[in-house]
Design a protein around this ligand. Structure first.
Ligand SMILES: N[C@@H](CCC(=O)N[C@@H](CS)C(=O)NCC(=O)O)C(=O)O
Length: 211
């Protein structure tokens, strides 16, 4: 398999974690999201993902999957060991809700293209953009902090999709200097996850394209 990734992309980070948890070997193609005006916009990458975003995962048969949650769901269905969702429907719904706070409610508002739009099209200054960024992380993390029952992972002693989504979002929050003192459970989950090789290997700073 070939993963189109960028070291700092938190959506690609999710997929790297899932691939590692499932012990699946993959090669990596780095798509630099800012160099040359953004390599994601080049025709050769648009041919792989018309949405011009990472991650994309090319399977050994040549099919390409996009959208991190869809890729991770595919991996979980085809390579079920270890599972990324609990057995019970109610528990699954809780895990998915936590994952979706990150993937649907925080990340899209703070994504590179959204921030670029605020700056270029809406002429916002950097302090306003930073305030926007912090606002959506804090709003989402405040809810998540109440929903998690760490032990030591988001929902107990098994890593789930919620952890796979949360750890990259915490990385982003730290990078943009969002204060995390109000979120001890989230910070604790991050610490527990990063002790696992699958998470550690997936960290942005451990990628071949890290800067
Ligand atoms: N919902 C998508 C988000 C993918 C996404 O937006 N990736 C970002 C990096 S984290 C990207 O490629 N951005 C390119 C851009 O903003 O131009 C997913 O989960 O895969």
């Amino acid at each position: 398999m070939k993963l189109y990734s960028y070291f700092r992309s938190s959506a690609a980070y999710r997929v790297r974690i899932a691939l590692n948890l499932k012990n699946l070997p993959y090669e990596m193609a780095s798509i630099h999201l800012t160099k040359d005006g953004g390599q994601q916009f080049k025709d050769d990458f648009r041919a792989i993902n018309p949405q011009a975003r990472v991650p994309a995962l090319k399977l050994s048969g040549g099919e390409v999957l996009t959208q991190s949650l869809a890729i991770i769901a595919y991996l979980d269905e085809v390579y079920p060991d270890p599972p990324l969702l609990p057995v019970e429907a109610l528990d699954r719904a809780r895990v998915r809700a936590a994952a979706q706070i990150v993937a649907c409610d925080i990340h899209p508002l703070n994504n590179l293209c959204a921030l670029r739009y605020l700056k270029r099209e809406l002429n916002q200054e950097q302090p306003a953009i930073d305030a926007w960024y912090h606002h959506w992380v804090i709003e989402g993390f405040t809810a998540l902090e109440k929903m998690l029952s760490p032990g030591p992972y988001c929902f107990g002693s098994h890593v789930t999709l919620a952890d796979v989504c949360l750890v990259p979002q915490v990385f982003n929050a730290r990078r943009l200097k969002v204060p995390l003192d109000a979120f001890p459970k989230i910070v604790g989950v991050e610490a527990a996850c990063l002790k696992l090789a699958a998470f550690d290997k997936a960290r942005p700073e451990n990628q071949p394209d890290a800067e």
